[in-house]
Design a protein around this ligand. Structure first.
Ligand code: NOJ
Length: 562
């Protein structure tokens, strides 16, 4: 595999609205980010993924863009953006931007023009259909609930929107539209950004008349064209958001021979704590065995001709320490365990702001405090369908997107040091306990642990390129895997739950071809662990709640059978 700079990079996602407010209007901004670049450097990350900063009416917090080549007023100016790129570059940090080109805002000039008349030059930039039997063209649903079609009374046709009705979908079949998008991408690349995170990119090849939204037939043609016309000429990182990807599809995007993207975000494990065939709001316990199997499959299938992204958090997901860990008595241990489980795999890790200090989900007092359009739509829909308030709030607490969007907790001063003014979204009231200032000082902190994970990725080739093997796949509490590369091996053990457990490793002897003796002991180093006094690796390994240990050994001959 040809080596790329992003093979040992770690990306940090900034959600600008919630990161740091520099002018005290209650909303995060670009100067706020600039003021925290040294902090990010100290953490050790290489790349910042900036959630959208473009002009937007903020129906979906910036994922509804009204001008692709300018900055949202609350966030600053284009000059501030240039300063951010410069200042980041000085610190050897690259900036990648969110590219939201499945849809625009209804306030984008193209849509304003398009809706004026059927003959307008921009009409075909969007997707219009006549009514069928006096009603919607078909049953396509919006990801935010309800029909994906809205009637535009001016011209009496429906337009398609796979998200909110104020986010009309672009028509990628139109070559003129594609040209405009490519020019816009070049504009940003020439300003010095080092790549794109591509919002719901697997929707751009849709064929709405056939009810096809994800993975449409022309999707990969469009991405190859985009690569040829824009970023293919630059040495950048591109990552597609692809909810519909299987490993086979993941390879189509990320196999370097195909000239598409560097990697994709796939969401298979994200759907393993909901009821089958239902929405994310219909909660179910995590299927842990399927969870491990899903990681295994992606690690193994993309080993040679593809590349994975590794993440458990982003601005759309609940905090992973609350979701898969224990954000109360084992918050620190479980945050570190989850980080280890992800960071020891092959791929590019993504850290979402606040993850590095173990920020948690939030429970606001009532629905009035919530902001996210998806959550609010779900609330209204379900209450009108007769669900109880308790049930709906339970779903929102567990899965709502506002969980990830509460302001970054910098210190224990008012509003967590995010702003002196009341923030646009309430700060999680645990900010006096969980904040950057405190975590940085604490010995044994989550922050220090992430620093170490990042350093290890850079120093250990086996973390970058090692082959992955899942062990004890049916174990109901432990996540155990090995990585191996050029005679170096990692043995990664994670107790995924809050019990003391003892795991029987005797069967490993067979897996490793070591015969049938009773005691296994390894001449190993502990690379990283979340408790002190890590046990020696023996046949029976006792693990404390959420304990994780990464053993490194040089080759299998180091296994001594006593
Ligand atoms: C995915 C983004 O991550 C999410 O925040 C947004 O609401 C939708 N795409 C629509 O752009």
């Amino acid at each position: 595999m040809k080596k790329k700079w992003w093979h040992d990079s770690v990306v940090y996602q900034v959600y600008p609205r919630s990161f740091k407010d520099s002018n005290n209007d209650g909303i995060g901004d670009l100067n706020g980010i600039i003021s925290k670049l040294d902090y990010l450097k100290e953490l050790g990350i290489d790349v910042i993924w900036l959630s959208p900063v473009y002009k937007s009416p903020n129906v979906d917090n910036g994922y509804d863009i009204s001008d692709y080549c300018d900055i949202m007023d609350e966030f600053g100016t284009l000059d501030d953006m240039k300063t951010l790129i410069d200042e980041a570059t000085k610190r050897d940090i690259k900036i990648i931007m969110d590219l939201v080109v499945n849809h625009t805002s209804d306030e984008h000039i193209w849509f304003k023009e398009a809706r004026k008349s059927k003959k307008n030059k921009y009409r075909d930039f969007y997707i219009w259909r006549d009514a069928v039997n006096g009603s919607i063209p078909n049953d396509l649903k919006s990801n935010f609930g309800g029909s994906a079609w809205t009637l535009d009374t001016e011209t009496n046709q429906y337009y398609l929107h796979l998200h909110d009705k104020r986010q009309p979908d672009l028509n990628w079949e139109n070559p003129e539209l594609r040209k405009e998008i490519y020019n816009m991408m070049k504009f940003w690349l020439d300003l010095g950004i080092k790549g794109f995170r591509m919002d719901v990119i697997d929707l751009i090849g849709k064929e709405p008349d056939k009810l096809i939204t994800q993975n449409g037939p022309k999707l990969h043609d469009y991405i190859q064209e985009m690569n040829r016309e824009t970023f293919g000429k630059y040495d950048v990182l591109t990552v597609g958001e692809t909810w519909g990807a299987t490993p086979e599809i993941g390879k189509l995007y990320s196999d370097p021979k195909r000239n598409e993207l560097s990697m994709v975000f796939q969401f298979e494990v994200i759907s393993l704590d909901k009821q089958q065939g239902k929405r994310k709001w219909d909660l179910a316990p995590l299927d842990f065995i399927a969870f491990k199997e899903s990681f295994r499959k992606w690690q193994v299938e993309l080993y040679e001709d593809g590349w994975n992204s590794l993440f458990g958090n982003n601005h759309d997901l609940p905090r992973m320490v609350s979701r898969w860990g224990n954000d109360k008595e084992y918050r620190v241990e479980s945050a570190k365990m989850l980080a280890t489980m992800l960071h020891m795999q092959k791929g590019t890790p993504y850290i979402y702001q606040g993850e590095e200090i173990g920020m948690t989900n939030v429970k606001f007092p009532s629905i009035e405090y919530y902001n996210d359009i998806e959550g609010l739509n779900m609330y209204n829909e379900r209450i009108s369908l007769g669900y109880s308030e308790d049930e709906v709030m339970k779903s929102l607490y567990a899965k709502g997107r506002d969980n990830a969007r509460t302001p970054m907790q910098w210190d224990s001063s008012e509003n967590g040091g995010f702003s002196t003014k009341k923030p646009w979204l309430m700060v999680n009231d645990n900010y006096t306990d969980i904040n950057v200032e405190r975590d940085i000082k604490a010995p044994w902190s989550i922050f220090a642990y992430y620093q170490k994970l990042i350093r290890l990725r850079k120093s250990e080739e086996v973390i970058k390129y090692g082959k992955f093997e899942l062990l004890l796949k049916d174990h109901r509490e432990a996540f155990v895997y090995t990585r191996s590369y050029n005679g170096e091996n990692l043995f990664v053990v994670c107790n995924f739950y809050g019990n003391n457990i003892s795991i029987d490793l005797s069967e490993l002897k067979d897996i490793l071809g070591l015969g049938d003796n009773s005691e296994l002991s390894l001449n190993e180093d502990v690379l990283i662990a979340n408790y002190s006094n890590s046990p020696k690796l023996t046949n029976k390994l006792a693990l404390r709640p959420y304990e994780t240990i990464v053993y490194k050994y040089n080759n299998l001959a180091n296994f001594n059978i006593k």
